[in-house]
Design a protein around this ligand. Structure first.
Ligand code: CUA
Length: 316
């Protein structure tokens, strides 16, 4: 089967989340359509019935006074507020990342998508994934705002320079699904396309084995950690008074200005690039900034390494 055929044969929606999005969308279209129909029909009916010169009864009956107004204000309000609640609950699903998710790192740049699998397998513009298990794609941008968009999964997530974003989904059906950049990001924005190839669990592990697992992000991060001299202060034995990074990930850190902050990926990234932002209580602001010296990819490697210094980390 050719690529194009495979894409054409892809199921209309490939995630359970997509099914909920579609249900909400169709319900909204149906109810809004019914409202439009009702209001426009009444406009026509009333125009004809109460046109000038027609001897129609223009008095208001006892019930059709204020009560009718209560109904036509209250009922649509309730109906559309329930849509708000429904939409919010679907949106909240996107915020709850399952613990056992497969973590894929994605870096967007003008104009391509780079992906890293936990074992170190790398790919560009095509993303191989297993079906039937939750996947979280953690996204960073090397330059401008991009957007990770897979229509068949009904997900779209902006990729913003200077911060980490993520999106999770679980693919139900194997197939080839198009991946787009959905944010105008320069001349070749329209060429910034790719595909998600969803495989069965066995095919996925076979694919992983067939790829030469280059170096995992964590291993590469460890080397970078030494090369950049981070280990000179942050590892034993060091004479410099610097915070110990073992077990840091996911812990609550007390800062010198009294704030408490959870050491997530964003915090570690900021600590490398903007060390003056969050000074750990009891330490001096002596760390040099690495902003401008590291690519997003290198920063990801360091974050991945620091994360690996404790095994319990599950937060994104
Ligand atoms: Cu990247 Cu548009």
């Amino acid at each position: 089967m050719s690529e194009l055929e495979a894409i054409k044969n892809a199921p209309f929606v490939a995630t359970a989340f997509g099914v909920s999005v579609d249900a909400l969308f169709y319900a909204l279209v149906i109810v809004s359509g019914a409202m439009v129909l009702l209001v426009s029909t009444l406009i026509v009916v009333f125009c004809v019935r109460y046109r000038r010169g027609r001897a129609a009864d223009r008095s208001t009956g006892r019930f059709y006074g204020r009560h009718l107004e209560y109904v036509w204000i209250g009922l649509p309000l309730l109906i559309f507020l329930s849509f708000f609640a429904w939409g919010a609950s679907v949106f909240m699903e996107l915020q709850k990342i399952p613990e056992n998710s497969l973590r894929i790192q994605g870096v967007a740049k003008q104009w391509m998508w780079k992906f890293y699998h936990p074992g170190g397998q790398r790919e560009i513009n095509t993303l191989h994934l297993p079906v039937g298990r939750p996947i979280v794609v953690q996204l960073a941008s090397e330059d401008v705002v991009h957007s990770f968009f897979v229509p068949h999964f009904r997900i779209k997530q902006d990729v913003v320079p200077g911060r980490y974003t993520h999106v999770w989904f679980q693919i139900d059906k194997p197939g080839l699904y198009r991946l787009f950049c959905a944010e105008y990001c320069g001349t070749e924005h329209s060429q910034m396309r790719g595909a998600v190839r969803a495989l069965s669990a066995t095919d996925y592990s076979r694919w992983l084995d067939s790829r030469n697992p280059a170096q995992s992000l964590t291993r590469a991060g460890e080397q970078l950690f030494r090369r950049l001299g981070c280990s000179g202060c942050h590892a034993e034995p060091s004479t410099v008074h610097a915070p110990d990074l073992t077990g840091l990930f996911g812990r609550v850190v007390h800062l010198s200005d009294g704030r408490r902050i959870e050491a997530d990926r964003a915090y570690i990234r900021d600590s490398i690039l903007l060390p003056e932002k969050d000074i750990v209580a009891g330490y001096e602001a002596i760390m040099p900034s690495f902003a401008g010296q590291l690519s997003e990819e290198e920063t990801l490697k360091l974050v991945s390494y620091i994360r690996s210094l404790n095994s319990s980390g599950t937060a994104p």
